[in-house]
Design a protein around this ligand. Structure first.
Ligand SMILES: Nc1ncnc2c1ncn2[C@@H]1O[C@H](COP(=O)(O)OP(=O)(O)OP(=O)(O)O)[C@@H](O)[C@H]1O
Ligand SMILES: [Mg+2]
Length: 336
């Protein structure tokens, strides 16, 4: 079987010469106390990210979006770890690298905007010291040049009085400013891949629009993974989307395809929960029920307890298969 035939048969996207990141069957597991079956925060995630492409990762809280991102950088918090699968950057395995090699990749090849800015910032070093140090580690410049690059980076994310902010420590900044410092730190060495985890959630609407412009204009010519709760944001800046539920991708395809004709009942539910007219902010319609928790042992389709179309067949896990131009894992898909 050729790679393409295999992809068609197994419902997986094919890695091409333009593939920057290839994520294959990744499982991130946390041990469960007094049980020999761990909790799989990420449960067999596969996707390819091609050059210049923006992939949106969406899904309810706890679906494994952040864990997927952290696994790409080799920074899953202990005692969690990657127990299966592989991650390749331009064809080279990076899931089995040592700390030092991984540190080189972080920042230079892959820049990450963390959901919690305090995860990505050092609390005891000034903003300027962190930015300057990162530039000097990855670019061949003098300290004075690095400081100038740091200044411009803060200016670019609309931080007022950037010279003064360079002297500030992370805790001296508001949440919104800290988030923008994180963004500038992620972009400063022009990484080929940017992962932005809820990068704009803490920001007010005007700044959010500016940051999205920055991402959208691809000033850094980056390939991106955007993690967001906001389908509007995803629709605006992503080329492709992957919908996660209980650690798995349940539907993935181009934005146009998935948003205009969602096939998985969970995607249908998520889209129904999106306000159509932002200005009037009509009430969100939540999907009834709750997602499985870390204590639940899932058999078959993880969505079945909340799905009004579930049948006996759903006790068997639905594979991710081709459905009209996208992949979805459902025995009884919606739409057509
Ligand atoms: N340190 C940890 N130990 C054990 N389980 C964890 C830990 N961190 C996260 N989890 C669990 O892993 C699962 C996936 O979490 P993750 O943070 O990836 O979700 P998420 O999709 O990013 O959610 P959100 O939208 O709230 O950020 C959740 O069930 C969460 O409870
Ligand atoms: Mg998260």
């Amino acid at each position: 079987m050729t790679a393409i035939q295999e992809a068609a048969a197994t419902g997986r996207s094919v890695a091409t010469a333009d593939t920057i990141l290839a994520v294959k069957d990744v499982v991130v597991e946390f041990p469960r106390p007094r049980q020999n079956v761990g909790f799989r925060a990420v449960n067999g995630v596969t996707f390819n990210l091609n050059r210049g492409e923006t992939l949106g990762l969406v899904g309810e809280s706890g679906s494994g979006k952040s864990m997927t991102a952290l696994s790409l950088l080799g920074i899953v918090p202990a005692p969690g770890k990657i127990v299966e699968g592989s991650i390749s950057l331009r064809g080279r395995r990076i899931d089995n690298l040592g700390l030092k090699e991984m540190r080189t990749i972080r920042g230079k090849d892959i820049g990450m905007v963390f959901q919690d800015p305090m995860t990505g910032l050092n609390p005891v070093r000034s903003v300027g010291a962190q930015l300057t140090e990162s530039v000097m580690r990855h670019q061949n410049v003098t300290r004075a040049e690095a400081e100038e690059i740091a200044f411009r980076a803060l200016d670019q994310v609309s931080i007022p009085s950037p010279r003064d902010r360079l002297k500030a420590f992370p805790h001296e900044l508001s949440g919104g400013l800290r988030q923008r410092v994180m963004i500038s730190l992620a972009l400063i060495n022009h990484p080929e891949v940017i992962i932005a985890d809820e990068a704009t959630t803490a920001l007010d609407a005007t700044i959010q629009a500016q940051i999205l412009d920055l991402f959208r204009l691809r000033l850094t010519k980056a390939t991106m993974i955007i993690i967001t709760h906001d389908m509007g944001v995803a629709a605006e800046i992503c080329d492709r989307i992957a919908v996660m539920y209980a650690g798995r991708i349940v539907e993935t395809g181009t934005i146009a395809e998935v948003l205009s004709n969602p096939r998985h009942p969970y995607t249908v539910g998520l889209l129904a929960a999106v306000p159509r007219f932002d200005i009037r902010r009509p009430k969100l319609v939540p999907i009834p029920g709750v997602p499985p928790t870390a204590e639940d042992i899932i058999r078959g389709c993880a969505f079945k307890s909340r799905c009004k179309f579930a049948q006996a067949k759903c006790d068997e896990r639905p594979p991710l298969t081709h459905l009209g131009g996208r992949l979805a894992s459902c025995w009884f898909p919606r739409g057509a």
